[in-house]
Design a protein around this ligand. Structure first.
Ligand code: EPU
Length: 346
């Protein structure tokens, strides 16, 4: 393990944005990670405030780099999967943070372990999955999360956090709140099923896709196939077009505000949740005329307005950020709703 200087981060972010890291190291084990952090402190690498001048990279799939990074970027490449049978129907399966998420899901499905199938084909690594409590098609990782091991950056001690301590919310967790910059996720343990699976096909799009492919009693593998088909049909593959999935969160607004909007915009969709209503940001963005629209190197995806793409491959992080600001402004102006970015802005 060596600390390199002036390294391009283009291969390490799915937007494919060209920025450089002043210092860069790739670590393959917890020992290497701790050694790198100690070395950085010793060498003082001009890291006057290590907490803000360190960036830990996983798959780089939920990240927008807007400028060269002046500190130390550490790419986490910890690998390995272990299993522990709990009882006749449950297994605890632990993956190190550098495992690719989709390959991990496929590994579980090959062994017929259920619980992650609705989360097939999400870009990124296992280690970043708890950060934003990744979710799709009716499942969030909090539904199958058992615990995670983290390195506490203040003490350099390893700690274990359970689901409650992670404080999961919609695209949210302790790692985006008070734990931000405090922990590095080293591995994640999931509680999955071995025989009797909970098949969740409540999400409308899954049902229609299963009908399309002629499946009546789906297995977990069938659900995964349906999810993969849906995602491939409307979400751009980051290997082909730079993007970071949904750029914004779906906003939640008070019921009263939703009812007022409904008087003026009778087609506005909404998913009620207590005294609040979740409104699809993709719909709001499309209604403001952004779907498929390109300005310079940046566009809103033609099949899913919520996804911002690096349309030419040459977009800068700042251009993408400015494009997202224009979207926020126009949605605010038309609907009075303030969209919040889901992607981590650095
Ligand atoms: N819609 C539009 N126009 C668009 C896109 C969406 O009108 O261009 C409306 C439609 O009414 C549609 C509704 O939005 O019925 C919901 O769309 P979709 O099912 O595609 O889901 P989403 O709310 O846009 C969320 C997640 C996705 C996840 C899907 C499926 C967020 C921010 N995004 O998108 O997650 O795959 O549901 O569960 O919650 C991600 O986080 O990167 C991501 C892709």
């Amino acid at each position: 393990m060596t600390i390199q200087e002036n390294i391009s981060l283009r291969p390490f972010n799915t937007f494919g944005v060209e920025v450089s890291a002043r210092y860069f190291a790739e670590v393959n084990s917890v020992e290497e990670l701790i050694q790198t952090l100690r070395q950085a402190q010793c060498d003082n690498l001009k890291l006057s405030n290590p907490q803000t001048l360190q960036l830990f990279l996983g798959g780089g799939s939920n990240l927008l780099l807007t400028k060269d990074f002046e500190g130390l970027v550490i790419r986490l490449n910890l690998k390995g999967i272990t299993e522990e049978i709990i009882n006749v129907n449950e297994i605890l399966i632990t993956a190190k943070s550098g495992e690719n998420w989709h390959q991990f899901v496929m590994f579980c499905l090959e062994k017929n372990y259920g619980g992650l199938e609705n989360l097939s084909l999400i870009p990124g690594n296992v280690g970043t999955s708890p950060m934003q409590n990744i979710g799709a098609y009716g499942t969030e990782i909090k539904d199958v999360f058992e615990s995670c091991k983290v390195l506490n950056l203040e003490t350099l001690e390893i700690e274990t956090l359970n689901a409650e301590q992670c404080r999961f919310g919609y695209r949210d967790s302790i790692f985006k709140q008070e734990g931000k910059g405090k922990y590095v996720i080293l591995e994640v343990t999931f509680r999955l099923t071995r025989n009797i699976h909970r098949i969740d096909v409540a999400y409308g799009a899954i049902q229609s896709e299963l009908e399309n492919i002629g499946i009546i009693n789906p297995t977990i593998q069938d659900v995964s196939r349906a999810v993969i088909n849906i995602r491939q049909s409307k979400l751009p593959d980051p290997k082909e077009i730079g993007n970071a999935g949904s750029f914004f969160k779906n906003p939640t607004i008070p019921l009263a505000q939703y009812e007022t909007l409904k008087l003026k915009f009778e087609n506005i969709p909404g998913y009620p949740n207590g005294d609040f209503v979740k409104v699809p940001a993709g719909w709001l963005i499309e209604q403001c005329g952004w779907k498929g629209k390109q300005i310079g190197n940046v566009a809103s995806h033609k099949l899913q307005a919520l996804v911002i793409i690096n349309a030419t491959g040459n977009a800068t992080g700042k251009e993408i950020f400015d494009f997202s600001t224009m979207i926020i402004d126009s949605v605010k102006e038309k609907y009075g709703i303030e969209l919040e970015r889901e992607v981590n802005i650095i």
